[in-house]
Design a protein around this ligand. Structure first.
Ligand SMILES: [Zn+2]
Length: 366
């Protein structure tokens, strides 16, 4: 791939569905569109629902859902105006989250007070500004992940309308403040906003669920102002992010015993061997003492855990003695993945705690 192909053109804005778009796979969008594209479509209720898809080029469920929805409404009016932002089409061409030289399209949505440091940051500011002018009703950002995770919605604000929006998708809701620069950060200032995790890319059930959900959101006439009973939802708060330090090499083992040398002949012995089936721990309560892996090279730093303030809190969660990586606190992980590329480009996992709502919503519901 040439260097030029990784430089996105500026935003295209259109209110006409380009010929062939609704038959196009995500890999073909870069040829059909001239780059990231904002598509405005009219509907019965005029304040638009905003939906972003393919901010990560390999997470195709959002595009498949939008395509299917627009096919279904080819000859009838949408229940509400819909604005679709089709994001990193160049990365989608290659089935990648992002291409070398590109920023992560879901880490560029900073507030207008911060100076934009890339053409992509400028571009998404245009998108936000345009949606502000159009009096956006609600915002959805559709993603996939690679590990075993339930469908769930993520929100940044503790407002009732945000809980309500996410609860229409799944009873599992994650409140998060990190990472920064995500789409829902920018839109949380304008309207209720949720990020949807629709399981593995292209899973047909995830696409069906996303289509139903977008339709439900378009049909909403308003957001209820009464608190949503907390017994109806399971809310978690992301307390820390876990990374594998860049200098540490790692693999996943089938038994966690670390038979690394002969088993991985194509590479040098890895510094760390993680449990192969570790993604089964996602969204389950994991107790202190659980073995997460083994350290194969003395002195290797297997994990780095940072709290929301960015402080290194590794020692609060893990011990690294006798060559073993063990939990020393109760945690609920999410986004654990066995995909080493995703670990490098994003993170190893998030650690969550049960969310205690501010105010007395919990008491009211019990
Ligand atoms: Zn994503």
């Amino acid at each position: 791939m040439s260097g030029a192909s990784s430089i996105p053109k500026m935003l295209s804005v259109t209110s006409v569905i380009p010929d062939g778009l609704l038959d196009c796979e995500s890999e073909g969008l870069a040829d059909l569109l001239s780059g990231p594209t904002l598509l405005h479509l009219p509907g019965r209720q005029t304040a638009p629902l905003f939906v972003s898809v393919l901010l990560h080029g390999n997470e195709v469920t959002g595009w498949l859902a939008i395509r299917s929805l627009l096919q279904a409404y080819a000859d009838r009016e949408l229940p509400r105006a819909l604005s679709v932002f089709i994001g990193n089409v160049e990365a989608a061409r290659y089935g990648k989250r992002l291409l070398d030289g590109q920023p992560d399209y879901n880490r560029i949505w900073f507030s207008p007070d911060t100076p934009a440091s890339s053409p992509e940051e400028h571009m998404v500011r245009q998108v936000v500004e345009e949606m502000r002018r159009r009096n956006v009703f609600g915002s959805l950002d559709i993603h996939n992940n690679t590990g075993l995770n339930p469908y769930y919605g993520c929100i940044r604000r503790e407002d009732e309308s945000f809980f309500y929006l996410a609860s229409l998708f799944s009873r599992t809701i994650v409140h998060f403040l990190k990472p920064e620069g995500v789409q829902s950060e920018a839109f949380s200032d304008l309207c209720p906003a949720a990020t949807l995790e629709c399981g593995r890319p292209g899973d047909p059930a995830g696409t069906v669920r996303a289509v139903e959900y977008i339709e439900d959101c378009m049909r909403l006439t308003h957001f209820p102002d009464r608190p949503i009973p907390f017994r109806d939802i399971d809310v978690y708060h992301t307390a820390a992010v876990v990374e594998v330090p860049e200098e540490t090499s790692f693999v996943f083992s089938s038994n966690g015993q670390g038979h690394s040398v002969g088993k991985f002949p194509e590479q040098n012995s890895p510094d760390v061997v993680f449990q192969e089936n570790i993604d089964r721990l996602n969204f389950s309560e994991v107790l202190p003492g659980a073995l997460w892996g083994r350290i194969e090279r003395e002195g290797a730093r297997p994990l780095l855990v940072r709290n929301e303030q960015g402080e290194d809190v590794t020692n609060r969660f893990f011990s690294f003695t006798n060559g073993e990586i063990r939990l020393i606190a109760s945690v609920m992980p999410s986004m654990l993945t066995l995909d080493t590329g995703v670990v490098r480009q994003d993170c190893f996992c998030y650690l969550m705690e049960r969310y205690s709502p501010k105010g007395n919503a919990q008491e009211k519901s019990s």
